[in-house]
Design a protein around this ligand. Structure first.
Ligand SMILES: NC(=O)c1ccc[n+]([C@@H]2O[C@H](COP(=O)([O-])OP(=O)(O)OC[C@H]3O[C@@H](n4cnc5c(N)ncnc54)[C@H](O)[C@@H]3O)[C@@H](O)[C@H]2O)c1
Ligand SMILES: O=c1ccn([C@@H]2O[C@H](COP(=O)(O)OP(=O)(O)O[C@H]3O[C@H](CO)[C@@H](O)[C@H](O)[C@H]3O)[C@@H](O)[C@H]2O)c(=O)[nH]1
Length: 362
């Protein structure tokens, strides 16, 4: 798979949380495009095996100021992509202080070090969770920011820290508010592996695999088309492409903020039905009460990202998201470190899915 290469000289990019689900996919794309990547991660929820072999790896907890300064002392970074965070909406309701302290504290540590060492640009993983629910209409960058859970609140605070840091110190910043990241790298050897898993699509696929008896549906009394929550699922490869485009845009601009999603909303029931179609297996459901802090509906309007950076989601149709995730889970039933099994029947070969379309235009 050959890609368009960035302009010389090669840029050094520090990817925090690059052993995690989204960060590892972005790190892989950066390596494929010829960037020099350093991943720093404490492996609290990530996996060493997810880090691309050509990236440098530093095992460090970013809550410690000393360790992050050491990382910056060893190499001059042109850019930082900050993925490392606590990420679970449900859990954040039971640990609000941990979420704010760790997410804001980690961001402050990495950002201060980046400023002190003259790093030019900084991209933050933000989230749709900063917005309030909107059923029947999508969410652009002008929507009210009003987080419904401590996780979203912590990311809103991170966004504000970046705003003031850019004003005071001139570091160029971008926030990418992803909606629900899903899917896996075509090829079947990189994907989502959270332990315990709490995300809808991997859990649904574990039911299809016979590894769980059923999927719990958290609430059927929301004001949505079928009463279950509606989300916008965006393929990790399309997120990776958005990061590369943003990185390049930051060479000539700053203070960027984009909502990143497919623009299509699917209810929990629709996800279950789509996964039954893709896998050809039954997926039993059990109705449960609402999960605290879940907004009814979050669907992105990514028109700004499309217009300004030429981004186009190429893998985020639901069928491709579920099919690539299904290949990953089928080949690696125990996640990273488990044996590599053949492609599942009917899933197609890796070449059945197009390679990522990162053609950053300078
Ligand atoms: N997955 C989604 O749907 C989604 C949507 C919107 C935003 N985001 C954001 O994207 C980022 C990545 O999310 P993900 O789903 O890949 O999560 P993940 O848990 O798979 O990845 C997070 C990574 O950060 C590392 N990490 C966490 N705390 C750390 C610390 N103190 N020091 C060093 N490393 C640390 C973990 O080990 C892990 O590898 C997060 O900031 C998350 O809030 C994710
Ligand atoms: O067993 C389950 C798991 C989830 N859900 C529902 O499925 C939807 C999606 O849930 P989940 O996959 O846990 O993702 P979210 O809670 O929407 O959060 C994800 O998406 C956010 C952006 O929207 C990110 O910021 C978060 O980091 C990421 O975890 C929600 O309505 C859940 O209530 C169920 O019904 N049953």
């Amino acid at each position: 798979m050959k890609h368009h290469h960035p302009i010389e000289p090669v840029e050094n990019v520090l990817v925090t949380g690059g052993a995690g689900f989204v960060g590892s996919h972005v790190a892989w794309l950066l390596c494929e495009l010829g960037f020099r990547v350093t991943v720093v991660d404490d492996l609290s929820t990530g996996h060493r095996a997810a880090v691309p072999p050509t990236a440098s790896f530093v095992l460090a907890d970013l809550r410690q100021v000393g360790t992050i300064n050491q990382v910056f002392a060893e190499r001059q970074y042109d850019a930082v992509m900050h993925f490392a965070a606590r990420t679970l909406v449900g859990e954040s309701n039971t640990r609000p202080i941990d979420y704010v302290r760790d997410n804001v504290g980690t961001l402050c540590n990495v950002l201060q070090a980046a400023i002190d060492h003259g790093t030019r640009s900084f991209i933050l993983s933000s989230t749709a969770s900063i917005f309030e629910s909107r059923d029947g209409s999508d969410i652009d960058e002008n929507q009210v920011v009003s987080p419904g859970n401590p996780y979203g609140e912590s990311k809103r605070m991170c966004e504000r820290v970046l705003f003031w840091a850019e004003r005071s110190h001139g570091i160029r910043t971008a926030v990418l508010r992803y909606f629900n990241a899903a899917g896996a790298k075509p090829g079947g050897d990189l994907g989502e592996d959270h332990r315990p898993e709490t995300h809808l699509i991997p859990l649904v696929l574990q039911v299809a695999q016979g590894r769980r008896p059923h999927i719990d549906i958290f609430g059927n009394d929301y004001p949505t088309r079928d009463g279950t929550c509606v989300r916008d699922y965006v393929h990790v490869l399309d997120l990776a492409d958005a990061h590369v485009r943003t990185l390049i845009a930051l060479r000539s601009s700053g203070a960027l903020a984009y909502n990143v999603g497919s623009g299509a909303g699917y209810s929990v029931r629709q996800i279950v039905a789509a996964a039954e179609r893709v896998t050809g297996r039954p997926i039993p459901t059990i109705m449960r009460p609402r999960r605290m802090g879940d907004p009814a509906a979050l669907v992105a309007n990514s028109g700004k990202l499309r217009r300004e950076l030429g981004w186009k989601p190429l893998h985020s149709d639901l069928q491709t998201i579920i099919r690539t995730a299904w290949i990953w889970h089928s080949r690696h039933p125990g996640g990273f470190g488990s044996s590599c099994l053949p492609f599942p029947p009917g899933a197609g070969s890796p070449s059945a899915v197009d390679p990522p379309a990162a053609q950053p235009s300078d």
